[in-house]
Write a protein that binds this ligand. Structure first.
Ligand code: TTP
Ligand code: MG
Length: 410
């Protein structure tokens, strides 16, 4: 799978006003303002029909009344809006665990590892918009791009009910004509300084000689804005999930020296971690291995998988490679062995595309069947043939754990 990032920015259209229209369809098609009239009032938001008259969020109500005297005014129902916001957030959660809510009606969704490319991101955005329409009778505008900045720009380009993809090659045509104020970090002061030098569009900024930009803004800011102007932004989607990783480790009373026994131990830890992944309906992108030798030398190594998984076969193969290629035991025995996973994506959303390989799909079905037998008959009801060891080995391997041996979440 392509490692390109696929980020969605979702922003509900005329959020409070659209909810009021949904609650009272007679308001549809009319200029509607949410806010308190009068000298001290300000506009919270308004329907797109009111925007045609120039009414905007945060505008003094008296101005709005002057611009659009025929508008219908409603004071707003915050509890209702918060409930709808929560319902929409749970729709987002069905698409990816990597959701960063920005405001009551806005969020970033990271689809990396879930869909292969921006075009698939567009299809997913279309499905997401339809879910919001079906479940909440509301429209959203969605931007799809390889980073947060471009996704946010994109969601705004065809509001309301928009769906815009900005591919890297689209930057000159779609980003450069926009005013420089659209770059994050360009406030009124910076904008004024840039305007004075004759720079008005993002394109002006992108094509400015570096030295001139530095002279106007200072090195740090210049660097940052220049990257944005070229459509580059590496900021991650900051998910508010607690669990960022899952791991299982065990300390052995007698150091493991037999390569066969070490390998079995690896498979056991991988199996435990993957059972937990499947229980939580997650797939993981990164495999971690922790090894401590008899003399207390400790190694931690990690590798990223080509596509996310919840299968022990896949995790153990990576762990084996990490052990053989990136750790030199130099003949020492293994005192502690841990396998972990991180970089979660939701199983289910878009997952079908990950499992085109028939053998992989079959392994997954077997694992799920084993999980359901375990659930009914207990944890030892299904044991891999590979893990049925000669009796003499069991005492070493099954020694009581020193630290937590069950999957731990950190
Ligand atoms: P926005 O997403 O900025 O506005 P919107 O959803 O009404 O319209 P659109 O996105 O289509 O341009 O804000 C979301 C809600 O937050 C908005 O419906 C009302 C509230 N809000 C205020 O109360 N005051 C404000 O100044 C702003 C900007 C928003
Ligand atoms: Mg909005």
């Amino acid at each position: 799978m392509n490692r390109e990032r696929i980020i969605l920015h979702v922003d509900m259209d005329a959020f409070y006003a659209a909810i009021e229209v949904r609650e009272n369809p007679e308001l549809a098609g009319k200029p509607l303002v949410i806010g308190h009239r009068g000298r001290r009032g300000v506009v919270s938001t308004c329907s797109y029909e009111a925007r045609k008259f120039g009414v905007r969020s945060a505008m003094p109500s008296v101005t709005a009344e002057r611009l659009c005297p025929q508008a219908i005014w409603l004071p707003g129902r915050m509890q209702l809006y918060a409930d709808v916001s929560r319902a929409i957030r749970s729709i987002f959660d069905g698409f990816t665990p990597d959701v960063e809510p920005l405001s009551i009606d806005e969020a970033f969704l990271d689809l990396g590892g879930i869909v292969p490319d921006l075009e698939a991101g567009r299809q997913t955005a279309r499905v997401l918009k339809q879910c919001i329409r079906d479940e909440q009778l509301l429209t959203a505008s969605v931007g799809v791009a390889a980073n947060k900045f471009l996704a946010k720009i994109a969601s705004d380009l065809e509001k309301p009910d928009g769906l815009v993809v900005i591919a890297p090659g689209d930057v000159p045509q779609m980003l450069w004509p926009l005013p420089i104020e659209r770059l994050w970090g360009v406030g009124p002061k910076t904008a004024a300084r840039l305007h004075k030098r004759g720079f008005h569009t993002v394109g002006d900024m992108a094509n400015l000689p570096e030295s001139l930009l530095r002279a106007t803004l200072g090195a740090g800011e210049a660097e940052q804005l220049r990257a944005l102007a070229h459509g580059e932004d590496t900021r991650p989607v900051e998910t508010q999930r607690e669990a960022k990783s899952l791991s299982e480790e065990r300390t052995y009373t007698n150091d493991l020296t037999d390569p066969e026994a070490i390998d079995r131990a690896l498979l056991q830890r991988a199996e435990g971690v993957c059972q937990e992944l499947r229980r939580q309906k997650l797939l993981a992108r990164t495999v971690h291995l922790k090894v401590r030798s008899g003399d207390f030398t400790t190694w931690t190594r990690a590798a990223t998988l080509p596509s996310p998984t919840d299968l022990a076969e896949v995790v153990v193969n990576t762990a084996r490679e990490l052990l053989s290629q990136r750790i030199d035991l130099a003949g020492r025995g293994v005192r502690l062995l841990g396998v972990g996973v991180s970089g979660f994506v939701a199983a289910g959303a878009g997952q079908a595309s990950l499992f085109t390989d028939e053998a992989h799909e079959r392994a997954r079905r077997v694992a799920m069947a084993a999980d359901s037998i375990r659930e009914r008959l207990g944890p030892d009801a299904v044991v891999r043939a590979r893990l049925l060891r000669p009796a003499q080995e069991q005492s070493a391997d099954d020694a009581p754990p020193e630290a937590s041996s069950l999957p731990s979440v950190d």
